[in-house]
Design a protein around this ligand. Sequence first.
Ligand SMILES: [Zn+2]
Length: 573
Amino acid sequence: MTDYLIKNGFVFDPVQGINGDKVDVAIKDGKIVDAGDVTNPTVIDATGMTVMAAAVDIHAHVAGPKVNVGRNFRPEDKLFNGKAGSGIKRMEGGFSVPTVLRTAYLYARMGFGFSMEAAMPPLYARHTHEEIRDTPIIDQGALPVFGNNWFVLEYLKENEIENTAAYIAWLLNQTKGFGVKCVNPGGTESWGWGMNCETVDDVVPYFDVTPRQIVSGLIAANEYLGLPHCMHVHGNSLGEPGNYEITLDTLKIAEGYKPQNEFGRDVVLHNTHLQFHCYGGESYASKSFESKSKEVIDYINSVDNISYDLGVVTLDETTTMTADGPFEHHLSHMNNLKWANTDVELETGSGIVPFIYNPKTFIAGAQWAVGLECGLFIKDPMRAYITTDAPNAGPLSRYPRVYKWLMSAQAREDMLNNTLKYGDSIRERCYIGEIDREISLYELAMMTRAGPAKTLGLSHMFGSLKVGLEGDVAVYPYNPETDTDDPEKIEYAFGNAAYLIKGGRMIVKEGEIVDMGNKRTFWVNAKVNDNPMVERDISEKFRRYYTVTQNNYTVEGHHFVPNPYVIEVDATK
Ligand SMILES: [Zn+2]
């Protein structure tokens, strides 16, 4: 394997406290080593460029059945953006729901090394893994959804944490999943009865359990197992005006819980796409709707065991997709565009609706503001991660544009004055106009690398350039001394990495993708004590309710996960 030495770049690595210093970065046998430990290395001259560990995406929807339904029912998403294959690249296409190949190429061009597929329906885990397998270059994992699962609802109604944990361990093993995702806890199941959960104490019909019990029980079971990642929640009432109160109620459930794990993770709850959960007012009428991001982030700043990602609205035409079935139904009634919906037996549901975030409307502009505020109010950027909940608030390809808005007050002013039709009302009803903070490159490295790696329990591999970590390094054509004059340079540079080295292989060279890498699928194998009751429950439910047998359920073998990276967890003690 080639040794590499990246010389003369401006290095940003918050884990080591390196803030723009010119430090040489060396890679040997796929790992970061001391600069003196490489022999005959290939030298990359990074003079005038920014060097960081490869980025880590904690939440995106890029593989699996709902992504594929999005691709199928939106041919217009592929119009005029197909690109013929060239070099070793195959054809790529799609804007908000790109093909798996375009997903990989986009991540590589943006300097990413790892991405977490944010919602895997267990019953369709095989399909999810097939798409992950076909997405080259980047390492990936997937989070199975648990918040409306019949087993979980039954166990947590009786607060049976050990049984819930045993079931989680079984499911992670069966689906080759990475952690515990919870979408609209209780609400998606209630929707099967035409209802939803609008407070954390609403009772799910038949199961007689509340979102509060589901969230606290899943946190407890997650920590009982000591999983690398914490419980990852998409709360109730996503997108509803006035929902900041239920968001605060949800976050407060984490009070008193402490992280129990051997992976250096500090938090017990990750609230995803917080932007969609920080709304005030009673309706979408512009005189009523307002931002409550400050109220929510003030609370998060006051505790130390919660992280979140932003979910910034990028003002594009996109495709929304979520296991929050009731929300998508609601959305399709609002915009009258097409709607796809699935009930995943016993486990979850999902919906898909195209959406146009039109900058000429007040609401889309206000949502744009709220997402950025979520990034700008945080005191500790190690707990706030940059996402667009791709593709829900915006396509994956827009990450660099979000960086620009966070890093440049001038770019935000330009949006408020020139692009958004209701800039003045947005200044009045949101906080964005009062904030002059500009995220620094050092903070950007926290919010896109060091932070998400830590919260995923992967800081021993990713997120820093410390000796011993994976040889995952991105070099961007951005000079922090001279390129600060024009915010457009930020967007260009972070969308067009000059170099990406992944696992010690050069993937992007002088801006071109030259290698498909050694893609791995990460999953967590949690060992628990034998639990005959849970085993009996599983086989009984398969016999009585599932339309497939257990044999057709398990994700196994070379076909689905050809290059696994298994993280072992022992919860038997
Ligand atoms: Zn999501």
